[in-house]
Design a binder for this molecule. Structure first.
Ligand SMILES: [Zn+2]
Ligand SMILES: [Zn+2]
Length: 215
């Protein structure tokens, strides 16, 4: 018998911000989830079609335009619900048109999530149950998703390889962000790998040891 990995992850950089939209699926059941479709919806749909993934939901880490800008269009095209972020990001999501002007992005439609999530919730990603962690600081309603068994997390703009999320945008707060990382992300364990919202993947251990914002 061949070993089939429990999940496949395809990172699709979208928008001028090179945001890591992730298509995650179970290669056996082909059940899948799109995380943070910030834009370039046609390219995301192309990836879904190429791998023949049955996308069941769209999951959002937070309300910034590079993460949510394509959510309404993709949800409509696929006929799937949008889950997340935490309701504290509702003001950001409600102002997505203003964000579009501020960052000179076109073709953005407002999105209304079907479900807000809070700390301790579970969310289905590729048919697996992920823990929902509320990690404010970069934005007030930012969520991180964690699969304990796979030792795998989706960190959005909380923690990056070698950096952390910016805190100069509305609702951002540096001390709150550091606390979220120290109290929620680092305890997940050094062996946990994660995909951030921008740039390369990393591990908690790598960041604990070398990230200049944490050492
Ligand atoms: Zn952001
Ligand atoms: Zn971002």
């Amino acid at each position: 018998m061949e070993d089939t990995p429990p999940i496949q992850v395809m990172v699709i950089p979208v928008t001028q911000f090179q945001q890591n939209c992730s298509l995650i699926w179970d290669p056996q059941s082909m059940r899948g989830t799109v995380i943070d479709p910030g834009g370039d919806v046609a390219r995301i749909q192309e990836a879904i079609g190429k791998h023949d993934v049955n996308v069941e939901n769209i999951v959002l880490t937070h309300g910034h335009i590079d993460h949510v800008g394509g959510a309404a269009d993709l949800a409509a095209a696929l006929g799937v619900p949008v889950e997340g972020p935490h309701e504290a990001d509702k003001p950001l999501i409600d102002r997505v048109a203003d964000q579009a002007v501020q960052f000179d992005v076109s073709d953005v439609k407002p999105v209304t999530p079907d479900r807000w999530m809070v700390e301790g919730d579970k969310v289905e990603i590729a048919g697996r149950s992920f823990d929902v962690l509320h990690c404010p600081g970069h934005s007030p309603g930012h969520l991180v998703f964690f699969d304990e068994e796979l030792r795998f997390a989706i960190s959005g703009d909380v923690l990056f390889a070698g950096s952390i999320g910016r805190t100069d945008l509305p609702g951002g707060d540096h001390d709150t962000l550091i606390r979220s990382i120290q109290e929620k992300m680092l305890p997940l364990g050094d062996d946990v790998s994660f995909i951030p919202g921008h740039g390369q993947a990393s591990t908690i251990g790598q960041e604990r040891e070398t990230n200049p914002f944490l050492t």
